[in-house]
Design a protein around this ligand. Structure first.
Ligand code: SPV
Ligand code: MG
Length: 290
C-alpha cells in the first residue's frame, strides 16, 4: 500500500490522524518512533532550521531536498507544506510533479499571495489571492497528481487575514468545488473559538485539517467531538523542542565551563548510532568488506 493510501486508510479507521512537524530526517525518525500517523514537512520549521523567517525565503529546491531526505529515512506518509505553491497555477503543476516524485503523500497549498508572510506573526501583512485564481491552482494540483490517493489539501488563510468566518466558508466551499480533498482552516487566536465555530458551521463534503499552534488547549478528544476534523498537524513543535534542548544545553556548557553536567541529560552517542542505523552498517561490513 502506498503511504498516501495508508494515510487515507488511517483517517478512515481512527477518525483523526496526528501529524508531527519534521524539519529533518532525524526529527522524522523520532516522530515515527513516537507513534505519529504522519509527518508535516513544515515550511516554518525548515525556514527556522536555516535561521530564516518563514516568508518564502527558502527555495522550493531547499524544501524539496528535505522532503526527499525525510522520505528516504522513514515509512510515514509526508504531508508537504508547499506554501503558495511557489507561484501561479503553472508553477503548481511543476511543484506537484516534484513533490509527488520526492515521496510526499499530500500537499497543503495556501490561498495567500507570493511571497507569503508567516501566519502567526502579530500584524502580519496577509494578502489573499482572488478566489478564482486560487481555484485554478487547486484544479492544477488535482489534474497533475499521478496517484489518486495523493491528497490535495487547500488551506484558507481568511481568518488569519482577519476577513471573518463568512469569507472563510465561501473560500473553503469554492476550493472544494475546485477538487480539494480536505480544507485546512488556520487561526491565530489564542483560544480555539474561531476553529470550533468554523467547524460547526462547515457543511462541505470534505473533512477539515487544523494546526493548533496558537491555541494549544484544544486536545484530540475535543477535536473528535467537533466531528468533521480528520487531521491535526502539530506545526512547529519539532523545531521548538529541538531549539529548547539546544538552548538549555549550550547555555549550561558555557555556565559550567565544560560538559561535565549536561552529558547525563542528553541522548547517548549509542542512541544516536541506533537512530542512524549503525546496526545495518555493521551487518553490511561483516557481509561485504573483505
Ligand atoms: C508551518 O508549520 O509551516 C505552518 C503552520 O504552515 S504555521 O507556521 O502555524 O502557519
Ligand atoms: Mg507553513
Amino acid at each position: 500500500m502506498s503511504p498516501a493510501k495508508r494515510l487515507r486508510a488511517r483517517m478512515a479507521e481512527t477518525g483523526l490522524v496526528h501529524i508531527m512537524a519534521a524539519h529533518s530526517p532525524l526529527s522524522a525518525i523520532l516522530a515515527e518512533e513516537a507513534g505519529f500517523d504522519g509527518l508535516w514537512a513544515s515550511g516554518f520549521e525548515v525556514s527556522a532550521l536555516y535561521g530564516l523567517p518563514d516568508m518564502s525565503l527558502i527555495s522550493m529546491t531547499q524544501h524539496l531536498d528535505m522532503v526527499r531526505a525525510i522520505a528516504g529515512r522513514t515509512t510515514l506518509p509526508i504531508v508537504a507544506d508547499i506554501d503558495t505553491g511557489y507561484g501561479n497555477a503553472i508553477n503548481v503543476i511543476h511543484t506537484i510533479r516534484e513533490y509527488e516524485r520526492a515521496g510526499a503523500s499530500a500537499v497543503v497549498i495556501e490561498d495567500k499571495s507570493f511571497p507569503k508572510v508567516t501566519s502567526l506573526i502579530a500584524d502580519g501583512r496577509q494578502e489573499l489571492l482572488r478566489i478564482e485564481e486560487f481555484r485554478g491552482k487547486i484544479e492544477a494540483a488535482v489534474a497533475t497528481r499521478r496517484d489518486a490517493n495523493f491528497l490535495v489539501i487547500a488551506r484558507t488563510e481568511a481568518l488569519i487575514a482577519g476577513h471573518g468566518e463568512a469569507e472563510a466558508l465561501d473560500r473553503a466551499k469554492a476550493y472544494v468545488e475546485a477538487g480539494a480533498d480536505m480544507i485546512l482552516i488556520h487561526s491565530k487566536r489564542k483560544d480555539p473559538s474561531e476553529i470550533e465555530s468554523f467547524s460547526r458551521a462547515w457543511t462541505g463534503s470534505v473533512p477539515l485539517v487544523i494546526v493548533p499552534n496558537a491555541y494549544p488547549d484544544l486536545d484530540a478528544e475535543q477535536v473528535k467531538a467537533l466531528r468533521n476534523i480528520r487531521m491535526m498537524i502539530y506545526g512547529n513543535y519539532g523545531i521548538r523542542a529541538a531549539a529548547t534542548a539546544m538552548q538549555e544545553t549550550f547555555r549550561q556548557i558555557i555556565a559550567d565551563g565544560g560538559v561535565q553536567n549536561v552529558h547525563k541529560d542528553i541522548l547517548t552517542v549509542e542512541e544516536i548510532f541506533r537512530l542512524q542505523r549503525m546496526d545495518e552498517v555493521k551487518a553490511a561490513e561483516a557481509r561485504f568488506l573483505r
